[in-house]
Every structure is written in C-alpha cells, then in structure tokens.
Ligand binder design. Structure first.
Ligand SMILES: [Mg+2]
Length: 227
C-alpha cells in the first residue's frame, strides 16, 4: 500500500495565514482575485520573492510599492524561519516506512516552505519515494490532475492508496473522489460549526477516517492494512 502525505499543517506548521491570504491582505486585493493569486504563489516556480512580486505586478496590473515589497519579502523569509515539525511527524514517517509502506508527498507550497521542509525532515527525507509539488508541477490541489500525476510517478494504484491531510477541500474530497482511502488529520482546532460543516461535506464518501494526531493516523493505517 502507498501513503500520500500533505506537508502544510500535516507534517509541518508555519505562520497561521497562508502565503496567498497574506499577499491578498498586503496588496488589498479583492476576494475574486483568489484563484489567480493562488496560481501565482503555488503554481509558479519562483526562486526569490522579487520574482514573485514581478509576476504579481504583471498579473494584476499593479505597481507594488517598496513597503509592500518588503512585507512580501519578510513573509517569504518567515515561511522559512518559523516553519516547524508537527508533533510526531518524523516518527510517523519512520514507522510507516518501517512497515514497508511507500511514502509520497503531494503538496501545495512555494519554495521557502519546501526548503525548510527539506531541512526539518532531512533525517527521513530519503524515506520518501516521490514528491509532487505544486510550484514544480504548475498545478495545485484540489485538482484531480495533481493526484493523478502523483499516482503515475509513484506507480501506486489509487484504490489501494491512502491520503493523509489536514484540508477537507484540498486533500480529502479530491482523493475520496479518486477512490482513495483518506485520513483527515484535524491538526488545528476549529469551531464546532466548522467541524460540523466539514463533516457534512465528507459524509457522502466511505473510507474517510478522522485523526486527532499522527499517532492516531498511524493506528488507522495499521487497521486498514489488516483488513
Ligand atoms: Mg495542509
């Protein structure tokens, strides 16, 4: 069995606001810019924050002033500096690898977060068999295509694979649509009404499990293996 893993708030935490949200705030962009903004931040391969800013200026026809430029550069840096391993993430990966499972990353992210991931997880990095990263692929979750590419790359049969992620919209629903088993890792606290509405969204799928820790996720994977 192959296990696909999200990174942000599944294996590694960071600043509370996602990069596109923070940039939308800095540039005072309207909500309807979101899709384009997410594509620029997560689906373009920027090596520096300046390159990202140039692309934002072009896409939105804006002149980004020096204060805004600095704020975006700071946030780029913060996504590297303040990212940290979520409790038990390395042990989780080691235990799954020890059980003989193939491990694969599928993630929406930009370069600074990925660079930190490689450092924080350097000891277990070689236990990951493949990586499918939005900024390299030019597409992002929740598109089914990014999961199909991940599956092609890994040689995994999706029906025999498990996805572990914290986002119902990005990780759980698309993978459930593809027939994968899914573990929804509720890594961040949420209000009851949010929990209820997310549970409603996943209620029509079978084979979705909820975990409050990576230890619980591991126990669920072990149970699935025994079935
Ligand atoms: Mg995530």
């Amino acid at each position: 069995m192959e296990v696909f893993l999200d990174i942000g708030f599944t294996l590694m935490g960071g600043p509370k606001d996602s990069p596109p949200k923070m940039i939308r705030h800095v540039l005072n962009l309207e909500d309807d810019c979101s899709e384009v903004l997410y594509d620029i931040v997560f689906c373009e391969n920027h090596q520096t924050s300046d390159s990202l800013v140039n692309s934002l200026e072009k896409a939105f026809g804006l002149r980004i002033n020096s204060d805004q430029r600095r704020e975006i550069a700071n946030f780029w840096q913060m996504q590297y500096v303040s990212a940290y391993e979520l409790e038990g993430a390395s042990a989780f990966i080691k235990n799954l690898a020890r059980s003989g499972l193939g491990l694969h990353i599928v993630s929406n992210l930009w370069l600074p977060f990925y660079q930190k991931f490689k450092i924080v997880f350097r000891e277990i990095f070689n236990m990951l068999s493949s990586e499918t990263l939005s900024f390299e692929e030019g597409i992002r979750k929740p598109s089914l295509e990014i999961y199909r590419r991940a599956s092609d790359r890994s040689g995994a049969l999706l029906a025999e694979s498990v996805m572990v992620g914290d986002s119902v919209g990005n990780d759980i629903i698309p993978c459930a649509e593809l027939g994968m088993k899914c573990i929804w890792f509720k890594s961040r606290p949420m209000e009851k009404h949010q929990l209820d509405s997310k549970r409603y969204l996943i209620s029509r799928y079978i084979d979705i499990y909820e975990a409050n820790s990576l230890g619980e996720a591991q126990a669920i994977i072990e149970r699935i293996l025994l079935k």
